[in-house]
Design a protein around this ligand. Structure first.
Ligand code: 13P
Length: 253
């Protein structure tokens, strides 16, 4: 069965000392509080802090992810970081297609597909973000937008590859705004995504894929979101920068 995952996307926050302190605080709280079984925490710091964070990683409940990866293999692409580099540092996960990358850096469903291919080729698990903007929700287009992002970003994969993917539904209007989707709004999109996966890859594959919710998720709303049958965890922005809140969210299953 699928894993419960609580992943922290630090975005472009923290200097080195703050990052070191944050990951230290998270780990010391985890030693005190026993995480529920089958719950995995993933921390996704900025690239320069990946190595320091992997010192804390283990194979059972605390892993490290990057926030981005190049869509190319290697070579003259100044400023880019390849999946092979991440593989060589034993990074396990990588966020792809975050709405901030789609909005500010021109990432398309095609770029997302190419990045997913790079990650899978090098043994990393992609956390693929999908979600509609406010206008699309207001005009009732959320199901079709998410369907397009899932199909174009992922449906070229084989079933075996698909099993390595984590999907994060992040309604853009809920990111960093304090406005969380209601459990009903989130659940119906998660169920829609799972039904698309079942139609393409079969129910067994669909049942094994973790689908996370992201967008103003915090300790006060995580429990009711995670209680929904198709919500398997969260992709946490702001609240992942506070060790107490991040660990409290992971304890919400
Ligand atoms: P917030 O939790 O700050 O709304 O951010 C969500 C997010 O974008 C995680 O990737």
């Amino acid at each position: 069965m699928r894993k419960h995952i609580v992943a922290g996307n630090w975005k472009m926050n923290c200097n080195f000392n703050e990052a070191d302190e944050l990951v230290n605080d998270i780990m010391s709280r985890l030693e005190e509080d026993q995480l529920p079984r089958e719950t995995l925490m993933v921390v996704c710091p900025p690239f320069p802090y990946l190595e320091m964070t992997t010192d804390y990683a283990n194979d059972s409940y605390f892993m490290v992810g990057a926030q981005n990866v190049s869509d190319r293999e290697k070579g003259a692409y100044t400023g880019e970081v390849s999946a092979e580099m991440l593989e060589s540092m034993e990074i396990d996960y990588c966020i792809v297609g975050h709405s901030e990358r789609r909005a500010y850096y021109g990432e398309t469903d095609q770029t997302v597909a190419a990045k997913v291919d790079q990650l899978l080729k090098h043994g990393l698990k992609p956390i693929v973000c999908v979600g509609e903007v406010l206008e699309e929700r207001e005009s009732g287009k959320q199901f079709e937008v998410v369907q397009r992002q899932v199909e174009q970003g992922l449906f070229h994969l084989t079933a075996e590859q698909m099993r390595e993917v984590v999907i994060a539904y992040e309604p853009v209007w809920a990111i960093g705004t304090g406005k969380t989707a209601t459990p009903e709004q989130a659940q119906e999109i998660h169920a829609h995504i799972r039904s698309l996966l079942a139609a393409k890859y079969g129910q067994n594959v669909a049942d094994d894929i973790s689908i996370l919710y992201g967008g103003s998720c915090k300790p006060s709303n995580a429990k009711e979101l995670f209680a929904c049958p198709d919500i398997d965890g969260g992709l946490i922005g702001g609240a992942s920068l506070k060790a107490d809140d991040f660990v409290a969210i992971a304890m919400s299953f």
